[in-house]
Design a protein around this ligand. Sequence first.
Ligand code: NG1
Ligand code: ZN
Length: 530
Amino acid sequence: LDSLFLSLKSLLHPKPAGLVLQYGTAGFRTTARHLDHVMFRMGLLAALRAKKTMSTIGVMVTASHNPEEDNGVKLIDPMGEMVAVAWESYATQLTNAEQDALLTTLKDIIKQEAISMDKKAMVFVGRDTRLSSEDLSQAVLDGVSSLGDHSHDFGLVTTPQLHYLVRCQNTNGSYGNASLEGYYQKLSQAFVQITSKAVKLTTDQSPLRIDGANGIGALKMREMEPFLQQRLSFNLYNDGTSGRLNHLCGADYVKVQQRSPQGVEMVAGERCCSFDGDADRIVYYYHNPQGHFHLLDGDKIATLISTFIKELLTQAGLNLQLAVVQTAYANGSSTHFLQNNMKVIVECVKTGVKHLHHAAQKFDIGVYFEANGHGTVVFSDSAEEQIKGLAADPSLTEDRKSAAQMLEDTVNLVNQTVGDAISDMLLIEAVLAVRGLSVQQWDKIYTDLPNRQLKVKVADRRAIDTTDAERRATSPAGLQEAIDGIVGKYSLSRSFVRPSGTEDVVRVYAEADTQANADCLAYEVSLAVY
Ligand code: NG1
Ligand code: ZN
């Protein structure tokens, strides 16, 4: 460790004294002005993590669906997953160390993890389209080189693309080629193969309208277009050429406001989708003939995909365990439909993608989605082998073979590392085409219970503790009893409260038989939180 060189370099990225930040569920995220030192230090930490794991590590500069003025950073572990929990706290320690304590904090981590410093590490860096992202990713690269390690700057990429690239690099090409071209080729080929078997019975031949949230997703769809061989007809809106990032558009806006984004011309019955600012979330929606907005969120997506996979498994004669992982925010109708009609295993975990991802990995095939549209499918090694083996079996009947091949294409179409708006969109489009479903038919698989989400500002949101995957409050005393009392007054009702991990608020969720009742229930429960 060249302490003098490192100290000098770190002075170019000074930490504002007293500033304290925390590596939360979405990494560090705050106003871009406060992030230069964080980026430099995440460069340092990524290099250490790379040495420790003897693998390539990723650093993504983005603040996803936050406003343009914000930015953020996340570390990516060798298999393309979120960084291990123990390292989240190193990230927090290193970021909050005052300037004169940086070196000792770094050395403490090296010692605690027994990191051997003699081998050179490799760090992959990517960024979104924010104005601040270029300088901030430069600070990450500076951090990596301050330890004498190597980096590769992929420049503008979606978050899930960087996750994919890291995994490819660490698996010797068995997951795919570690380049953007490799990503486009792998996904496009799988999409073209699945849709070549589509019956096209659907009446919905309209092009898909894609709202790019004025972010990276639109840019990357343009890059991908030639690879898709005109198999997907789509139009891009909010492509970043004029509007502001995430402003009145994007997946988060559409989900939270329950309305179509600005800049997309809605035609009754024709399907639209919105990406978020870094293209790891997606939601679908349409207007019915009366002009009413209909949202197909992460729960509807999980249902469509898991139903498709389950049918293929049956048709292929493969006995693999399929599960859907949700959070407490999943609409009660979706849980009911999956458990009782589809007969798949449903598990509920705490909010935050890493919890869903880990839970999904316990099954042969795990489909996970947050209601807000972040999700993917993960296949166990054994499931992948069985699917591939069956697809290549020459003795199969046509029916079974075609199902097995479609399952194999599905495995290749999915970005298993993390939720990916582009990959999810292609899978959804493939399922709709193969099953001959219009967006309305998909929507009718089950009917959402009316629901309402509210935010409540309180003095200290950490006073609320929860259990049972956040569905019940254990403190403050009396709160859960109060909620139970209120919920009991409504029918088909459910409500819970939890402190947000990304905002200084308590979130209230409620669902009930009618929208008016869901609204009242949420309001009454929010009063009980004060
Ligand atoms: P918090 O603020 O902890 O509710 C939000 C989302 C999560 C997840 C994270 C990270 C809701 C209710 N919560 O978490 O699903 O996406 O942000 O971005 O949508
Ligand atoms: Zn995002």
